[in-house]
Ligand binder design. Structure first.
Ligand SMILES: *[C@@H]1O[C@H](CO)[C@@H](O)[C@H](O)[C@H]1NC(C)=O
Ligand SMILES: *[C@@H]1O[C@H](CO)[C@@H](O)[C@H](O)[C@H]1NC(C)=O
Ligand SMILES: *[C@@H]1O[C@H](CO)[C@@H](O)[C@H](O)[C@H]1NC(C)=O
Ligand SMILES: *[C@@H]1O[C@H](CO)[C@@H](O)[C@H](O)[C@H]1NC(C)=O
Ligand SMILES: *[C@@H]1O[C@H](CO)[C@@H](O)[C@H](O)[C@H]1NC(C)=O
Ligand SMILES: *[C@@H]1O[C@H](CO)[C@@H](O)[C@H](O)[C@H]1NC(C)=O
Ligand SMILES: *[C@@H]1O[C@H](CO)[C@@H](O)[C@H](O)[C@H]1NC(C)=O
Ligand SMILES: *[C@@H]1O[C@H](CO)[C@@H](O)[C@H](O)[C@H]1NC(C)=O
Ligand SMILES: *[C@@H]1O[C@H](CO)[C@@H](O)[C@H](O)[C@H]1NC(C)=O
Length: 475
């Protein structure tokens, strides 16, 4: 042993070239090997003769746990698993009294047509599990129009149902280790652009008249239309979702709380072809008749990217009213608009008590937008005298850079914007131009340091709350 080492040293010292290169190479190589082994060790496990991938264990979240294979599921990306999902849901639907059931979807690609979920159910998507929506539109059943819309959103009449659907459910969880639900929307976007569809496109996930819902830690992709659409639901938590639709995929909103109460959306990353989040509550006379507001909605710690539309919107369909909304710690990047409120005469309803706190806008064309003449009616029977109320909208802390027009708030004689408040704003603009803080028919005030210079319509207060100047005109 000692002799061998001595030999090696002698050989090395006699060949300096070898010494310098070989040693250094050897040193790097051993580090590389050490890191690779560590990496492989973390993801795979050595079993006898072969490395096997370590499957992250799926937690047991209900007394009864199933996997899709037990119901005949095949994860080859080609076999339809619709019946497997139906059988699983059917079995779980009978376990409600016993704490419900959990359906695990393992790694692999599980093709399916639309199916329904049930109460007291947890759908768990493992890491690298993909639920893939079937492209054939004949397998997407039609459903009646939503009562508060009176027709399909895009086309009159009924509409396609959603890939994953539920009605009148309680205690539903869709979660996982960041597995994916992929709607394969491409074919729908194409047909929509070519005007080949007879009915409004389907959502990726829609839950109606349901409560106590959690949707968390999964990825949603390629929705044909709106991605996650809870309608007339309450106590809904949406947490840690990644939602990605191509930014040119038409009307692929991220999350649409619609006539929902008590809803929390947090820690999400959303990049889509329309609004990242759009809070709604029905369309003109249909929404007024249905009369269900969206209320008590909190959106916090989300990063959103909406190059075609807005980061967080309220409206334009808001005829049942929208109130008590809080949007906090939001980062909007590379978007056409930051946050937007949109409505129009004929909608009726109200948008009140909306608080935005700590907004960051990066490379956004128009930062804060309120538009009260949006138009877009379901049919000719709307009442033009049904005027929406827009009141008590506040912003506390608006920051950012590369914004072209930081504020564009246009009320109108029929729909003035009242009780607007902006406290502390510092937004870097792309070009120093006049009229980048645009207002009309607006009443309210600004408090503290505001950059860029606010419009004349607003009263000004210093940071101690002392009035420093009165608006030159008010609505
Ligand atoms: C799914 O269930 C089947 C039948 O009980 C079982 O053989 C299989 O190992 C399970 N797969 C997973 C990933 O748990
Ligand atoms: C889902 O449930 C609704 C309401 O019960 C029903 O109308 C619809 O046909 C069901 N869809 C599927 C795919 O089973
Ligand atoms: C989940 O997956 C998405 C896309 O596949 C990825 O961008 C995101 O970072 C993942 N989230 C977590 C928490 O790993
Ligand atoms: C809301 O739903 C969760 C389950 O997602 C449940 O644990 C909680 O008790 C519900 N809260 C209320 C107030 O019903
Ligand atoms: C649907 O809306 C009505 C009116 O706001 C409400 O009473 C009902 O509880 C809602 N349904 C659910 C499941 O939240
Ligand atoms: C904010 O959300 C991100 C995921 O988008 C998460 O990693 C982070 O922990 C969250 N921060 C807080 C304070 O919850
Ligand atoms: C809005 O919040 C206030 C104060 O918390 C509450 O009294 C009111 O009931 C809420 N409005 C609705 C429609 O829930
Ligand atoms: C403001 O929001 C950003 C995310 O856009 C976050 O990083 C930061 O911590 C927030 N600041 C406060 C004081 O919450
Ligand atoms: C707006 O806020 C003011 C002052 O707090 C309050 O008197 C008024 O009722 C609020 N308006 C609405 C529609 O909530």
């Amino acid at each position: 042993m000692a002799r061998q080492r001595g030999d090696l040293r002698r050989i090395l010292s006699s060949t300096p070239l070898l010494r310098s290169f070989a040693f250094r190479r050897c040193f790097y190589l051993s580090w590389l090997i050490a890191f690779s082994v560590l990496f492989i060790y973390q993801r795979f496990k050595f079993t006898g003769y072969t490395f096997k991938r370590v499957v992250r264990p799926i937690p047991r979240l209900r007394p009864h746990v199933f996997n899709l294979t037990e119901f005949g599921g095949v994860a080859d990306g080609k076999t339809l698993n619709t019946e497997a999902f139906k059988r699983a849901v059917d079995v779980i639907s009978r376990l409600g009294k016993d704490g419900g059931g959990q359906l695990n979807v393992a790694e692999g690609v599980w093709l399916t047509a639309p199916f329904n979920l049930t109460s007291h159910m947890t759908l768990f998507l493992a890491e690298d599990a993909v639920i893939l929506g079937v492209e054939d539109e004949s397998l997407w059943e039609l459903m009646p129009a939503l009562p508060s819309y009176g027709r399909g959103r895009e086309l009159p009449g009924p509409r396609y149902g959603s890939l994953i659907h539920g009605q009148y459910l309680q205690d539903l969880v869709i979660t996982g280790h960041n597995g994916t639900i992929d709607g394969q929307g491409e074919i729908w976007w194409k047909k929509h652009r070519r005007k080949e569809l007879k009915y409004t496109r389907g959502r990726l996930i829609q839950l109606m008249w349901s409560k106590d819902v959690e949707i968390s830690h999964i990825t949603l992709r390629n929705s044909p239309f709106w991605t996650l659409h809870p309608f007339n639901c309450s106590n809904v938590t949406v947490r840690g979702l990644t939602i990605i639709n191509p930014v040119n995929a038409p009307n692929t909103d991220g999350i649409n709380p619609d006539s929902c109460r008590d809803m929390l959306i947090e820690n999400c990353y959303i990049s889509v072809g329309d609004d990242s989040v759009a809070i709604k509550s029905g369309w003109d006379q249909y929404g007024i008749d249905y009369g269900r507001p969206s209320a008590n909605i909190c959106i916090r710690n989300c990063t959103v990217h909406s190059p075609i539309s807005a980061g967080v919107s309220i409206g334009s369909e808001m005829s049942g009213g929208v109130t008590n909304v809080s949007v906090e710690n939001l980062l909007v990047w590379g978007s056409r608009r930051g946050v937007r409120i949109k409505t129009t005469p004929g909608r009726g309803g109200y948008i009140t008590n909306v608080r935005y706190r700590n907004l960051t806008l990066e490379n956004v064309r128009v930062g804060i937008v309120i538009k009260t003449d949006y138009g877009d009616h379901p049919d000719e029977n709307f009442d033009i005298h049904a005027l929406p109320v827009v009141e008590n909208i506040s912003f506390d802390g608006v920051y950012g850079r590369d914004v072209r027009i930081p504020v564009r708030i246009y009320g109108s004689p029929e729909v003035p914007v009242k009780g607007l408040e902006i406290k502390n704003m510092n937004v870097g603009v792309t070009r120093k131009k006049k009229h980048i803080f645009q207002c009309s028919f607006l009443q309210g005030r600004v408090i503290g340091k505001i950059y860029p210079q606010p419009c004349e319509e607003l009263d000004r207060y210093d940071s101690d709350g002392l009035e420093s100047s009165k608006a030159s005109s008010s609505a």
